[in-house]
Design a protein around this ligand. Structure first.
Ligand SMILES: *[C@@H]1O[C@H](CO)[C@@H](O)[C@H](O)[C@H]1NC(C)=O
Ligand SMILES: *[C@@H]1O[C@H](CO)[C@@H](O)[C@H](O)[C@H]1NC(C)=O
Ligand SMILES: *[C@@H]1O[C@H](CO)[C@@H](O)[C@H](O)[C@H]1NC(C)=O
Length: 800
């Protein structure tokens, strides 16, 4: 403000500035705005100099410069006005100088006068503030802190003073404010940048001058936000849930996780990995680092792990990471067959368990779940067992019926368990059950009764027969031991006759049997097992002794040779065929062995007598004649029919005489003996008595029979045999009448006896024929025997 005393006007119109001029050679000073139109009047110099208008032209006024060619003003000589001659651009002339003064001289001649003219060019706001460039590019790291400053180039305004740049303004934005300190203009970060939010920011900076009208200039500040790794990857979901069937094949994609990172480049390069997981998990799943796919790489087993919960980490290139949760639920597949286990088993089971008894407990497990673990259990049909469902997965194996070890001793019970999966799986288990023995079967003889046949005279110790009893029980319960039950045979203990081998059931004779003593007997045997308590059964063994021809015929009449003399009287008048006498013989054997035949082996007169082959009857063959010797002697042999046959002989003396008195000397009768006279008399007496006796009997019997039916047979002589003559053991031991035919045979002494009329009649004859008291058996014993026989002709002992 060098010329503060100069009143300046704001230009627009043509205003004058009145200036006090120096009186001498005074300077003139004008102030006016730049950029006035050519011809515009700056001032009136004539007036200012106090000169006549014409004076100027008269005095040849002119504007002179200091040497510069440029003349921006001129003088109108007509009226003395100073006018603008050329465009006056203050900025062009003075630049940034605060005052812009153009100096000229007014030269007047005549007299020469020199007046200095100062033209103060006033600034006019004709320039806008201007920035060097239209765009300012700034790159700022997004990580720049709040308060960070970024210097900007200031704006320039050619105008000066108030018209120069007075202020700046920044168009509203979120991040920056402007700080102006003198010429230093700075962008101050007011709020942190976020590249991810706004990668580029355009700011409009306006510079304003103080002119009126005000002018402004703008520049666009292009802020590029540089990335900083300020963003961690972000998963698309916080929790990923996947459901995976077990046994999924390798390479199955379970789930794909994905995370994005707002940063760019390496900062936004996301890789995936598992967070902390177990070793087991690592064996089953893998994650693709780049893609985030979780795949199956190993066996997935629902039964091992039903669900996995892990964290997946996403990491960007520079190590920011974040986590997401991945829950993999494994779903069940029916891949486990039920497992049957035997919790307990009673084995063996006694065969007498009652139906419904529990013999075992079975547990069935299926590792699958839901329907896949619903198990049904069954058992095969044809066994007497069933499964009864018990608590939970337990089943009781119970019997449904009575067991019998002797029928079925082992059961293979197949238990089948099937689950309800789809498709169902099943498994089976075979339980081997044995049935333990109970001594429930007595030994049973193979036959209801046994018969043993043994020929008499057996060797002691010989085998009679063997019995067998079966016992289906097990071991000692089925081990059969044979024993004799106590009994008696003929008053002697049974054990003295027989023994039985306890193990084999073979029956041995202990002693020799004699058919003639007894023909049969019964033995009771017991078969007992070794159980506890033992069971037993009994059987009867009938032992039949068969005959052997071990007895030679015994001649009862006549008395055996040499013991006595028996003489038969034969009437002289006897005709041919008359019965003269009879040889009576018995054989203690039976059947063929006792079938006797009679033969005359020697006779005085071979033609005279014959003997009945089986009857033993001696008859005359022809009429007796006078010429026949009075004494006849016969030797009779009696043979049985056994093999070989046994025989006995006897002699029979016959006297052909009508009168005992005629009997010659007895000593002549015998061939060779020299009996005393006394003996002869005794014999004669005996013969007489017996003859008399015989005759008496004959008569009585004859009369009896004649009366009844057969008077013709009167003559047939018959000899009753005293019971005493029978062999002592000649008895029917059995006496039951159940003898087999072979045994019946021995009831007949001879075939001829059938027709015989003579019977040994019991009680009647006992009186007349006293028993020999030396016999072992009393007569009544025989009486009983023969009495029985009387009613049954087949078994009677008949002697003719
Ligand atoms: C039971 O099975 C066993 C072994 O397989 C076999 O030896 C036996 O004979 C079977 N028993 C029955 C009664 O089927
Ligand atoms: C025999 O039966 C009894 C029960 O009667 C039983 O206790 C025993 O075990 C059985 N013996 C054998 C060897 O089976
Ligand atoms: C067998 O006989 C004996 C002796 O007489 C008797 O004690 C037992 O009970 C009998 N046994 C049977 C099964 O009849």
């Amino acid at each position: 403000m060098m010329d503060s005393n100069i009143i300046s006007f704001q230009t627009c119109g043509f205003f004058f500035l009145l200036i006090f001029l120096d009186p001498v050679y005074g300077d003139m000073s004008y102030s006016f705005p730049e950029e006035m139109k050519r011809g515009s009047v700056i001032g009136n110099m004539a007036k200012d100099l106090g000169l006549e208008r014409s004076a100027l032209s008269n005095r040849r006024a002119r504007i002179g410069s200091d040497g510069t060619d440029e003349r921006y003003c001129d003088i109108n000589l007509n009226n003395g006005e100073l006018i603008v001659a050329d465009r006056i651009d203050r900025e062009g002339l003075c630049g940034e100088k605060a005052s812009c003064i153009l100096k000229y001289e007014l030269v007047l001649e005549n007299p020469l006068e020199l007046h200095r003219i100062s033209l103060h060019i006033q600034d006019k706001n004709d320039n806008s503030p201007q920035f060097k460039e239209e765009f300012i590019n700034i790159e700022i790291h997004e990580s720049a802190d709040k308060g960070a400053r970024f210097v900007l180039e200031d704006a320039h305004d050619a105008d000066v003073g108030q018209n120069s740049v007075q202020q700046y303004s920044l168009k509203n934005n979120d991040n920056f404010i402007l700080s102006v300190d003198g010429n230093t203009i700075e962008l101050v970060l007011e709020k942190e940048l976020d590249r991810e939010n706004q990668q580029e920011i355009n700011l409009l900076l306006t510079a304003l001058d103080g002119g009126s009208p005000q002018r402004s200039g703008t520049v666009v500040i292009h802020v590029t936000v540089l990335d900083a790794n300020d963003n961690a990857p972000v998963f698309s979901q916080a929790v990923y849930k996947a459901s995976l069937p077990e046994n999924s094949p390798v390479d199955t994609v379970v789930v794909t996780v994905s995370a994005t990172d707002a940063d760019e480049g390496v900062n936004g390069d996301v890789t995936y990995e598992f967070g902390h997981v177990t070793e087991d998990f690592k064996k089953i799943f893998s994650i693709d680092r780049k893609v985030g796919e979780i795949r199956v790489i190993g066996p997935v087993d629902y039964e091992t792990t039903k669900s996995f919960e892990i964290r997946v980490k996403a990491k960007d290139g520079l190590g920011l990471s974040s986590y997401a949760k991945v829950i993999i639920d494994i779903t069940d597949v029916n891949d486990n067959a039920p497992v049957i286990s035997l919790t307990s088993l009673t084995n063996p089971i006694p065969e007498n368990v009652s139906p419904g008894a529990e013999v075992g407990i079975i547990n069935v497990q299926d590792r699958d779940s839901e329907n896949n673990r619903q198990v049904r259990c069954s058992i095969q049909q044809n066994v007497p067992f069933k499964l009864v469902p018990s608590i939970k997965n337990y089943y009781s194996l119970v019997t449904t019926g009575q067991l019998d070890r002797e029928l079925v001793s082992d059961y293979n019970i197949t238990i089948t368990a099937t689950d309800e999966g789809s498709p169902p799986l099943s498994s089976s288990k075979t339980v081997q059950l044995s049935v333990a023995d109970i001594n429930d079967n007595p030994p049973v003889f193979e036959e209801q009764s046994y018969s043993a046949y043994v020929t008499e005279n057996n060797k002691p110790g010989s085998t009679l027969c063997s019995v067998t009893a079966r016992d289906p029980d097990w071991r000692q319960n089925g081990t059969v031991i044979y024993s004799l039950l106590p009994g008696e045979v003929n008053g002697a203990p049974l054990s003295s006759y027989l023994s039985v081998n306890g193990d084999t059931g073979v029956i041995h004779a202990v002693r020799t049997f004699d058919y003639e003593q007894f023909r049969s007997f019964k033995v009771h045997l017991m078969a007992r097992d070794n159980g506890s308590p033992p069971l037993s059964s009994n059987v009867t063994v009938s032992v039949f002794i068969s005959d052997v021809n071990d007895n030679s015929p015994q001649i009862l009449y006549p008395a055996p040779e040499g013991n006595s003399f028996m003489t038969e009287l034969v009437p002289k008048a006897a005709h041919g065929g008359s019965l003269v006498s009879k040889v009576i013989a018995v054989d203690a054997d039976s059947g063929q062995n006792a079938w006797l035949s009679y033969h005359i082996v020697k006779s005085t007169d071979p033609g005279l007598f014959t003997i009945g082959l089986h009857s033993g009857e001696i008859r005359t063959q022809r009429d007796i004649s006078e010429s026949d010797s009075m004494k006849q002697n016969l030797v009779v042999s009696v043979k049985d029919n056994g093999q070989p046959s046994l025989s006995a002989t006897c002699s029979m003396y016959l006297l052909i005489s009508d009168n005992l008195a005629e009997v010659p000397e007895l000593k002549d009768i015998s061939y060779d003996e020299k009996n005393s006279k006394l003996t002869s008399y005794l014999i004669i007496a005996l013969v007489s008595v017996s003859t008399f006796f015989l005759t008496f009997i004959i008569i009585i019997l004859g009369v009896r029979f004649c009366r009844r039916r057969k008077p013709r047979l009167l003559f047939d002589g018959a000899v009753a045999i005293p019971s005493a003559y029978l062999p002592p053991n000649y008895t029917d031991v059995d006496g039951t009448g159940t003898l087999r035919s072979a045994y019946n045979y021995d009831a007949y002494l001879t075939t001829g006896s059938r027709t015989s009329d003579f019977k040994f009649v019991s009680s009647d004859n006992d009186n007349t024929l006293p028993a020999d008291q030396t016999l072992r058996k009393s007569p009544s014993d025989f009486a009983e025997v023969f009495g029985d026989c009387d009613s049954s002709p087949e078994v009677g002992i008949v002697v003719t």
